[in-house]
Structures are given as C-alpha cells and as structure tokens.
Design a protein around this ligand. Structure first.
Ligand SMILES: Nc1ncnc2c1ncn2[C@@H]1O[C@H](COP(=O)(O)OP(=O)(O)OP(=O)(O)O)[C@@H](O)[C@H]1O
Ligand SMILES: [Mg+2]
Length: 316
C-alpha cells in the first residue's frame, strides 16, 4: 500500500477502532475507493461512519489496520495528505460572525493560499451563495451553512473531498441543491467520500456504496449490484386496477397487494414473472398502465438489516 500512482484514493485493510471498555465503533473493515468516484458510506446512527471518516482524515488514530489515502500511509504522511483533501465535518457550523467572503478567505489563508477577492467570489458563486456572500454566517439557513462549508472545503482544490452527512436535517430543496454541488465536484474529477443515512441520496449520487452497521461493512458495491444481489424481487404494477383487479389477480392464484388504487405483484424469479404476465393477459379489470419496478437500496437495506431506517434511526 505505497506509492501514489495507483488507482485508489483510499485503501483500508482490516481497520478497527475500539473505545474502552468494549465499544467496537469500527470492527475490522476493509474497502477501497477508486479515484474519481463518489463513494457513500450508508448506515444508521452509531454505525461507525464518522469514526471511519475521521481516521481517514487523520483526526483519530486507528486501534489497528492499514489505511492509505491518495497512496500515502495515514500514520506516516498525515501532513502531506491534509494538503490534498477537503473536509466538511458532521454538523458543520461556520463562525457566526464571519461572512461567507471572510470565511472562505480565512480558510484559504490557513492553507497558505493567497486568494484574490475575485477568486473568493468565484468560489462562493460555485456553491450558489453569491446573494448571501456578505451576510453573517449566523443568519444563514442550515442549507446555506452547509454550502459555505463545502466552498471552504474546496478552497485547496482537493483531490479527495470528505462530506460527513452533508444533508442531514435539511429540507428537500436544500438537499437537492447540495446533491447538485456533489455532482459538480464529481464531474470535475475529484473523489468524494460521502456519509449518509438517506438511502435515496446514496442511490442517486454514488458510484459505489458500503452499507455499514454496528461497526461492520455488511455489503458493498454499486447501487445496481447491491439491488441485484440483495434485492428480492421485481414488482409488476397494474396502474388503476383497484379492488376488482386485485380480486381477479388473486383468483389466478397470484399473490398481490393493492396500494393507492394500483395492484402490486412481487416476482422473485424471471420464470415467475413470465408466468404472471401470461395469466395477466386475460385480465378484465380496466388498467391505465402496466410497468415493472426493481427494488431500490431501501429494499436492500430492509432485506439485510430487517429494519427500515428513518432519519438515521432504525424502526422497530
Ligand atoms: N470518542 C468516543 N468515545 C467513545 N465512544 C465513541 C466515541 N466516538 C464514537 N463513539 C461510539 O462509536 C460508535 C460509532 O460512532 P460514530 O460517530 O462513528 O457513528 P456514525 O455512524 O457516524 O453515527 P451518526 O449517524 O449518528 O453520525 C457509537 O456507538 C458511538 O457512541
Ligand atoms: Mg456520524
């Protein structure tokens, strides 16, 4: 795990972090992040996401394991790595009394970057804060504060950007704004390590996902691979078939449920789906449309953990 010409931004081998007396916050995990991709660590509260990310950032020391970031060993080359990464910490709060223009300038100076006012304005424009660039940070909305945090994290043009729960607690519009920024960063070729407990966010933004639970990675791959491997079924949706359609489908011997006037049929195998379509050919109930729907990461999560997750909390 040395040399910086390999294709990985991050390589983690058997990483563990224990807190006394017996908390295994990170419990023997291994993963790699290819350069130039958006990688998500997805998991509920307490899964070990922040602990892992802060070890990669050089802010916490591991109990054991090998970690390299941009081809450098984290224990040996921390200061070298710091210059190449950008960090948005969880629950980031900018300094209350600094305006965005001042905060970005200050942050650049910390990296010994001599930044011009024009460049500061460009960076603030990139995160769509131009209208708010002279407003004290304490008056910014939650979403605007996160955008400012991202502008600050990008000030050294990092090769690798860490975003620890950048959208938690934001309203849907602010979340989508942040998604667009993350997509922009990805398009520019930087690697992004995102942590989240929003399944839709991980599915939409990530090239690769690691699902973390109780300190372990319990599944990893592209969202499509995870759905193919851990999803159980494809659902046939008979739009507008209603109660009459449901009764008819059940009379064919096919299990189905009704949701908002649509009839849903789960098929575990292709053969099952084919046989279903054959039976449906003689359906008499009026239907407005038929389509099939693959399972999502949300179903994968439920299948793996046996519980749904809402706002990071596992539901009973
Ligand atoms: N400094 C610490 N001392 C003791 N235990 C800690 C410490 N930091 C974290 N933990 C514990 O380690 C586990 C993992 O915490 P971590 O913050 O990494 O989870 P997370 O996945 O980031 O959760 P969240 O979604 O709530 O941010 C939790 O059980 C937490 O209580
Ligand atoms: Mg966390």
């Amino acid at each position: 795990m040395s040399g910086n010409s390999n294709g990985y931004a991050v390589e983690v081998e058997r990483l563990a972090k224990h807190y006394p007396p017996d908390i295994r916050a990170v419990d023997d995990i291994s993963f790699e992040i290819k350069r130039g991709i958006v990688f998500s660590m997805l998991g509920p509260n307490g899964a070990g996401k922040t602990t892992t990310v802060e070890i990669l950032e050089g802010l916490r020391s591991p109990t054991s394991g090998k970690v390299s970031v941009m081809g450098e060993n984290i224990l040996k080359s921390c200061s070298k790595i710091r210059k190449k990464v950008g960090i948005l910490p969880q629950d980031f709060e900018p300094f209350d009394l600094l305006k965005p223009v001042e905060a970005v300038t200050y942050w650049a100076n910390l990296f010994s970057i001599d930044i011009s006012r024009k460049e500061v304005n460009r960076r603030i424009g990139e995160v769509n804060l131009t209208d708010r660039k002279n407003v004290m940070a304490k008056k910014l909305s939650g979403g605007e504060k996160r955008k400012l945090g991202i502008a600050m994290a990008l000030v050294n043009d990092p090769e690798l950007l860490f975003l620890d729960e950048p959208t938690t607690g934001l309203d849907p519009k602010a979340r989508r704004d942040i998604w667009r920024l993350i997509e922009d960063v990805g398009r520019r070729g930087s690697t992004v390590l995102l942590t989240t407990h929003y399944l839709d966010e991980a599915e939409k933004l990530s090239d690769d996902v690691a699902i973390m639970h109780k300190g372990k990675i319990i599944a990893q791959g592209t969202p499509e691979d995870l759905v193919a491997e851990y999803g159980k079924s494809t659902v046939i949706v008979l739009v507008g078939a209603g109660r009459k359609g449901l009764d008819e489908v059940r009379a064919f011997g096919v299990q189905a449920t009704e949701l908002d006037g649509d009839v849903l049929i789960s098929c575990k195998t292709r053969a099952e789906m084919r046989s279903c379509f054959e039976k449906l050919a003689s359906l008499e109930a009026p239907i407005r449309d038929i389509y099939t729907k693959r399972e999502t990461l949300e179903d994968v999560f439920l299948n793996l953990i046996g519980q749904k997750m809402e706002n990071g909390v596992l539901q009973e």
